[in-house]
Design a protein around this ligand. Structure first.
Ligand code: AMP
Length: 567
């Protein structure tokens, strides 16, 4: 597979976009980008099955930007991207902004929970790309503050999620407002019948793209024995998590794969700071620099090679014991390609993969491809790390004690003189401390990393397990997301009788208020009303937001629950 990947330069993208991609450190397009960019730029409608982490945001954002008019653009948006949650609205609009910097792209996220005034001001000043949650888009349309008459592209991102959150009617209404001759692009992680139906109705002879559906157990994993482990960790905790995993694993030579050049450079610096001898290798380096790095790896003066896929292609390092996927590769084929570098010549190898809570589908696709399940392990805790460091110190001391050539007797004069003043055990303790400091030292500045779980579709993954709609209809349940604070209970005068399910409430709150899905606590739904626990400090914002929106198409009466035990 590596051979037929086109470069970004071979895709129909203007120089300003190529420059942006270089400055972000992207080395080559992901499969979804290779497949989606040419037809989208050519103006076709597109139906793409792709999960988070495959690079789908750039796959639709780059063609949108490619189609920008040269020179001055008008005041009205030419592209509308609809996403299920406010988190995604922010994330996607930041991505479009980054890719479109060289074109002066004006991007505006619009979602509930943010003062509408700012959005109005930006809209009237002129915007190229609007990234919106359906609820807020409808709000603006009904106020007449969002004008879709110049929209040439509409993207429905994570369409399955939007339908699951009850946005079907909103989506239909929005699509009806956009010009009929527009281009429509729909991305969804899954393709259930209601997505197919939506696509049939609103897409015009779309190009279909399906990735990661390969069910065959291929790849180089059946020969060598490779132990495959995944660790669930948020993006910002990755450097600390990797350091800790390596500290506990004590690997031999290791190659760490990163997605971009910038990530390679940053991680190399971090790992050097942690006492590893790490070397960076990426496509931005000269051949001479790369040769020097490879020499240091081969003669074992470096223990970590941090590299992009492109730079590591064709490298053969035979004493590798570990492969680390610092990023889950966007294609299952790259995964097998990467991990096939260990476990050569009948030796056992270890593959470690850091996975973000939302990337569970990508992990599943890899498991399908390799035909093997990955075990999900817990990131070593501070206590594990401390125990491991003590073990290293103890082993080092034991080795000295057993080593006939160590000539420990010459230190007797030191011990003897101290023993006049101190107990022998105390002297030993002080000596152990000094030895310990040289084998890694204390773990005092290590942060505790939260225990994460893989999120089910569309959720962010939280401190204490994923979101399961049915489980929340029952009794009380503590709020998630590491919430240490108080909760308050909200009364909503719609319930089962109105067809309300937990996800309707979660959707409305997560989209329209500053409370994220993870922060929502217990939900109780009775025939005629519902009760929802939210963080106490945000209860007023949630009430205001819910009063200003609709839940399953209904205006609801919302107030603080009079029987709130905390309120
Ligand atoms: P997405 O699937 O759109 O959420 O993207 C997942 C991650 O991959 C994001 O952090 C992007 O910045 C990154 N990414 C997207 N395309 C590429 C690429 N061609 N090379 C390296 N990283 C990429």
């Amino acid at each position: 597979m590596p051979d037929q990947i086109p470069t970004f330069e071979e895709l129909p993208l203007r120089p300003e976009l190529l420059e942006a991609l270089t400055s972000l450190g992207y080395e080559e397009p992901t499969p979804i980008q290779c497949a989606a960019i040419p037809p989208m730029v050519a103006g076709h409608d597109l139906l793409g099955q792709a999960a988070t982490g495959t690079g789908k945001t750039a796959a639709f954002a780059l063609p949108i930007l490619e189609k920008f008019a040269a020179g001055d653009r008008g005041r009205l948006p030419t592209a509308l991207v609809l996403v299920p949650t406010r988190e995604l609205a922010m994330q996607v609009s930041q991505a479009v902004h980054r890719y479109g910097r060289g074109l002066g792209a004006r991007v505006l996220p619009i979602y509930g929970g943010q003062p509408i005034g700012r959005q109005l001001k930006e809209l009237s000043r002129g915007v190229d790309v609007v990234v919106a949650t359906p609820g807020r888009a409808i709000d603006h349309l009904s106020r007449g503050t969002l004008d879709l008459s110049d929209v040439a592209v509409v993207v429905l991102d994570e369409a399955d999620e939007m339908l699951d959150m009850g946005f079907q009617e909103d989506l239909e209404a929005i699509l009806d407002e956009a010009p009929v001759e527009r281009q429509t692009v729909l991305f969804s992680a899954t393709m259930p019948p209601h997505i197919e139906k939506l696509a049939r109705k609103h897409l015009n002879d779309p190009v279909r793209i399906t990735l990661g559906q390969d069910k065959s157990a291929t790849g180089g994993t059946d020969g060598p024995r490779i132990e495959q482990t995944a660790y669930v960790v948020t993006r910002q905790n990755k450097p600390a998590a990797l350091g800790r995993i390596l500290d506990v694993e004590s690997p031999g030579a290791t190659i760490v794969f990163c997605g971009t050049r910038n990530e390679v450079d940053e991680l190399t610096e971090t790992m050097n700071g942690r006492g590893y001898r790490a070397e960076a290798l990426h496509g931005g380096m000269s051949q001479e620099q790369r040769d020097r790095v490879m020499d240091r790896v081969r003669n074992e003066t470096a223990d970590l090679l941090v590299a992009t896929d492109v730079a590591a292609r064709g490298l053969d390092i035979d004493h590798l014991t570990h492969v680390v996927n610092y990023d889950v590769p966007s294609a299952p084929e790259s995964y097998t390609h990467r991990i096939g570098r260990v476990g050569r010549a009948g030796r056992e190898g270890v593959a470690v993969t850091l996975v973000e809570p939302r990337q569970h589908r990508l992990l599943k696709a890899i498991e399908r491809h390799t035909g093997q399940k990955m075990s999900v392990a817990k990131i070593p805790t501070v206590a594990d790390l401390r125990a491991r460091r003590f073990e290293l110190t103890r082993a080092a001391l034991r080795e000295e004690l057993l080593d006939d050539a160590a000539d420990l007797d010459r230190f007797r004069v030191v011990v003897d003189s101290l023993s006049d003043e101190f107990d022998l055990v105390e002297v030993a303790l002080a000596a152990v401390k000094l030895a310990h400091d040289t084998t890694g030292g204390d773990v005092e500045d290590e942060p505790e990393l939260p225990d994460m779980t893989l999120a089910p579709p569309g959720k962010d993954g939280g401190g204490g397990g994923g979101y399961k709609g049915a489980a929340r209809t029952g009794g009380r349940r503590p709020p998630r997301g590491g919430g240490s604070g108080d909760t308050a209970r909200i009364f909503v005068n719609v319930g089962r009788g109105a067809g309300i399910r937990p996800k309707d409430l979660v959707g409305a709150i997560a989209n329209e208020s500053p409370v994220s899905g993870r922060e929502i606590g217990a939900i109780q739904i009775t025939q005629n009303f519902s009760l929802v626990d939210v963080p106490a400090d945000k209860v007023d914002a949630v009430i205001t937001a819910l009063r200003n929106t609709t839940i399953k198409g209904r205006k609801a009466n919302v107030r603080r629950d009079a029987r709130d035990p905390n309120g």
